[in-house]
Design a protein around this ligand. Sequence first.
Ligand code: FES
Length: 104
Amino acid sequence: SEISVTLRDGSTRTVEAQVGQSVMEAVRAAGVDELEAICGGCLSCATCHVYVDKTDEYDLPPMSDDEDSLLESSFHRRENSRLSCQIVFNDALSGLHVTIAPED
Ligand code: FES
C-alpha cells in the first residue's frame, strides 16, 4: 500500500507503507529524514508532526490526551495536525496524504 507525503520544499513523494507500521516509520523508511521523529515514536518529541488531508474520509486512530498536549506545544498546530508516529497504518488508510509540518 502507498501513502504520499509532501516535504517542506513542496515536493510530494509516494512511499510504501506496511500494515502495522506507523506513518512516521513508513515515511522515514523511504529516506525522508526531515521527519525527524527524535523520540522514535514514544510520544515525547512532536518532531513527527504532520498535517493529514481529508481527515473525514479516513478512519484515523483517535488522538490520545498525550498526543493532544504535545501538539499543543507546537506553534504550527492546525485543525488536521497529528503526530505521525501515532497513526498506525492499515489498508483502509491506503492513499493517505500527509504534509510535514514546519519545524518548531
Ligand atoms: Fe516523537 Fe512521534 S516520533 S512524538
